[in-house]
Design a binder for this molecule. Structure first.
Ligand code: ATP
Ligand code: MG
Length: 600
C-alpha cells in the first residue's frame, strides 16, 4: 500500500496560517485580463493559455464500465458552444440556467458554458420528484433548463405550466418526436462556434445558486459569486492536498454544493484529472474505480463510507485492499455529516489511509475546517480552520442559538466550552444572500461573524468537535446533548447498524434522549437487546447523556445526502406535521445515487 510519498501542500499549519492572505493567494488564479474573475475561465481557458489543453480533464466511467475521456481543450470547445447557445437564445447576464442532470460530460459543458457566459447556474438533484423540482425552479426564476428527455417527461412536463419564466428547455436526447416546447441540445450546440471569449466579469457577480439540503427546515437558496473560485482552488490544495498530476474523485452528486465546488470546479482549476462515475453506488464498483482509475485523492461522505464498512466483514479481514490495488490512493477525505472515529479507523485498515474529516456547508461554499494531510487525524474531530478562515465558538442563549446582545456576541475561549460555530465574515466563497429572504440572511451575521447554526466545542489544541445542529441539540436536565455523540456511541455496539437520536419533551428533565435504532440483520430486536444496548450506552456516555429510551426500527429517514433526518423522527414521535420533506430520500429505480456525498 505504498502510494508514492508526496510532500503535503501545507507542511506546517501554524506557519501557513501566520503568513496567509487571501489577497496574496489571488495570484494562484489566472484572473481575467481586465482584473476580473470568472469561474469558467479559471477551469478551462487558463489551461489552454498555459499550454495544457491536451491534458485529460475528465475521465468518465460509464454504467457499463466503458471509459471515455475529455481533454481541457475539448471541454473548452464544448462549453464555448453552450455559451454561444445561451447568448443566441437571448438569456441575459445573471439569468439562471438550471440543470437536472446526472454525472456526464454534458453536465460539465453546461455548467462551464453558463459560468463562462456570465449566466448563473443552479443544479438540481435528479432524484427530486416534480414538486421539489418545480418549487426550486419557481423560486430561482429558471430561464433555461438542461436535462434528459426521460427526466423532463417524468419531472418537469407535469409542472411546466407553473413555470411561465422557463423559456427554454434543452434536451440532451430529444429523439425523433421531441416533446412540445423543447429544444435539442445536440442540434443547438453542434451548430455553435467552438471558441468563446469570456467577457469581463466582476468578482462579486453571482455565479451559482445552491439550495441547502433541508435537513432542519425548508431548503434555502444560497447565492455564490465568481470570486468563490479562489476559495475552491485554495481549499482543494490545503484541505484535500491536491497536487499537479493527481487523479481526483469526488463522489458527491452534482445536484448539491459539494458536487459543484469539488466535483466540478476545484479540480478543474488545478488542471488535474477528475473521475466522473455515471453509475450508482455499489461497493465492488467503487473499489474497482479506486483501483482501476488509480485514484490518488478521494473526497467522499460518511454515508458512503458506512455502506462500504457494512459491505466487508467487521474484523476487516480480508480487507478490500487485499482484493483491489489501492496503492495509488494518497489522501481520503469526507464531508457532510459527522465522521465517526470508527470510520477513521476503518479507513486505515481497509483503504490503507485514515479518513480526513472536513466541515463546511452550502453557505460557506468551500471547506472551512479540516484535518490536514501533514497532521495525524484526530478521530471524531472536524479539524482546524483553514488558513484564511477565522473560526470561533460563540456563547448561546436560551433558544440554543448564538446570543447577540447589543449587536455583540460572546466568544468562548475556554477549551471544551460548547457554543455556536462562527466564522469571521469575508472569505471569498461566503454566500452573498438567501434568495428572496434578506432577513434570514441578515440573521446569519452578527458582530462581523457568520453564524453557522452548528454547535461545536474546541479543544485546547484548537481542533473543533461537532456537537450537533443548533436545531437538533437536546437540552436534558441542564445538559446540552449532541445527538451525534449519542448516535456514534450507539453505533459502536456490534448490533447497531444505524441510530437516530432526538429529544422527547419531559416535564421533569425538559427533554429526555430517545434513540431510534436500526439493528443489524443478525440481531433480533428484542427486550434483551434493548437492555444490552442501553447498558452499553450508559457505560460509554454516562447516565446523563445516554438514551433513556430505545425504539427499534426497520429504517431511518435520510436526506438524499444520507443524513438522518432527526426533525422527521421528532415530528413523528410527537405527532407533529412532517414539514418540507422534498429532500427526503425515497429509494426508487435508478434514482438511488445513494452516494450523493452530502453535500453540503
Ligand atoms: P438545511 O440548512 O436546509 O437544514 P443542511 O444544513 O443539511 O440543510 P447543507 O448545507 O448541505 O444543508 O449541510 C451542511 C451541514 O452539514 C453543516 O451545517 C453541518 O450541520 C453538516 N456537516 C457538514 N460537514 C460536517 C462534518 N464534517 N461534521 C459534522 N457535520 C457536518
Ligand atoms: Mg444548513
Amino acid at each position: 500500500m505504498n502510494a508514492l510519498w508526496v510532500a503535503p501542500v501545507m507542511p506546517d499549519y501554524d506557519s501557513a496560517r501566520a503568513t496567509f492572505s487571501w489577497r496574496r493567494e489571488r495570484s494562484r488564479l489566472a484572473g481575467l485580463p481586465d482584473g476580473g474573475i470568472n469561474i469558467g475561465y479559471e477551469t478551462v481557458d487558463r489551461h489552454l493559455r498555459e499550454g495544457h489543453g491536451e491534458r485529460v480533464a475528465l475521465r468518465c466511467v460509464g454504467r457499463d464500465g466503458s471509459l471515455q475521456t475529455m481533454t481541457f481543450a475539448q471541454l473548452a470547445a464544448a462549453s464555448s458552444r453552450f455559451a454561444h447557445v445561451l447568448e443566441a437564445l437571448g438569456l441575459e447576464r445573471g439569468e439562471r440556467v438550471f440543470t437536472l442532470l446526472g454525472r456526464r460530460f454534458e453536465l460539465y459543458s453546461t455548467v462551464l458554458g453558463t459560468l463562462r457566459a456570465g449566466r448563473v447556474l443552479c443544479p438540481l438533484f435528479t432524484a427530486f420528484g416534480p414538486e421539489p423540482v418545480a418549487l426550486r425552479m419557481e423560486l430561482g426564476n429558471a430561464r433555461a433548463l438542461v436535462t434528459t428527455r426521460e427526466l423532463y417527461e417524468r419531472k418537469v412536463a407535469p409542472v411546466r405550466s407553473r413555470l411561465p419564466h422557463l423559456r427554454h428547455v434543452l434536451l440532451l436526447d430529444p429523439g425523433a418526436d421531441p416533446p412540445p416546447d423543447t429544444l435539442s441540445f445536440p442540434a443547438l450546440t453542434d451548430a455553435a462556434p467552438d471558441e468563446y471569449t469570456v467577457g469581463s466579469t466582476d468578482p462579486a457577480e453571482p455565479a451559482l445558486l445552491h439550495f441547502t439540503s433541508g435537513t432542519t427546515g425548508t431548503p434555502k437558496g444560497a447565492v455564490h459569486v465568481h470570486e468563490a473560485v479562489l476559495a475552491h482552488h485554495v481549499t482543494a490544495a490545503y484541505a484535500l492536498d491536491l497536487h499537479e498530476g493527481d487523479v481526483f474523485w469526488c463522489t458527491a452528486d452534482p445536484g448539491w454544493v459539494t458536487g459543484m465546488s469539488y466535483g466540478i470546479i476545484a479540480p478543474l482549476t488545478h488542471g488535474v484529472t477528475t473521475v466522473v462515475d455515471e453509475g450508482d453506488f455499489a461497493p465492488a464498483r467503487w473499489y474497482g474505480i479506486l483501483a482501476d482509475q488509480r485514484v490518488t485523492v478521494w473526497y467522499t461522505a460518511p454515508t458512503a463510507l458506512r455502506m462500504l464498512m457494512r459491505a466487508v466483514p467487521r474484523d476487516g479481514k480480508p480487507t478490500p485492499a487485499a482484493w483491489h490495488d489501492l496503492s495509488a490512493l494518497r489522501f481520503v477525505a469526507s464531508v457532510g455529516e459527522p465522521l465517526s472515529p470508527e470510520a477513521v479507523h476503518w479507513g486505515r485498515e481497509a483503504l490503507g489511509r485514515a479518513v480526513h474529516d472536513t466541515w463546511w456547508q452550502t453557505e460557506t461554499g468551500a471547506i472551512m475546517i479540516a484535518n490536514f494531510a501533514a497532521d495525524p487525524v484526530r478521530p471524531g474531530a472536524m479539524g482546524r480552520p483553514l488558513p484564511g478562515v477565522e473560526a470561533a465558538v460563540v456563547a448561546c442563549g436560551e433558544d440554543g442559538r448564538a446570543a447577540v446582545t447589543g449587536g455583540h456576541v460572546q466568544i468562548l475561549q475556554e477549551p471544551g466550552a460548547q457554543g455556536e460555530l462562527a466564522l469571521q465574515a469575508g472569505w471569498p466563497s461566503m454566500f452573498r444572500g438567501y434568495l428572496h429572504e434578506p432577513h434570514r440572511y441578515e440573521a446569519c451575521f452578527a458582530d462581523g461573524w457568520c453564524l453557522t447554526g452548528d454547535l461545536v466545542s474546541r479543544d485546547a489544541d484548537g481542533w473543533y468537535w461537532f456537537v450537533g445542529r443548533a436545531d437538533d441539540v437536546i437540552e436534558s436536565a441542564g445538559h446540552l446533548i449532541g445527538p451525534f455523540e449519542v448516535e456514534s456511541a450507539l453505533m459502536e455496539h456490534p448490533a447497531v447498524a444505524e441510530a437516530g437520536v432526538v429529544g422527547r419533551p419531559d416535564p421533569l428533565a425538559g427533554a429526555i434522549v430517545k434513540a431510534f435504532v436500526l439493528p443489524r440483520p443478525e440481531y433480533p430486536p428484542d427486550t434483551e437487546l434493548r437492555r444490552d444496548v442501553l447498558a452499553f450506552a450508559r457505560r460509554r456516555l454516562g447516565p446523563a447523556v445516554a438514551p433513556r429510551e430505545i425504539e427499534f426500527v426497520e429504517s431511518l429517514p435520510h436526506t438524499h445526502c444520507g443524513m438522518v433526518m432527526r426533525r422527521l423522527l421528532r415530528a413523528r414521535e410527537l405527532g407533529l406535521p412532517e414539514g418540507d420533506v422534498s429532500t427526503l430520500e425515497t429509494p426508487g429505480p435508478a434514482e438511488t445515487t445513494g452516494h450523493s456525498g452530502k453535500e453540503p
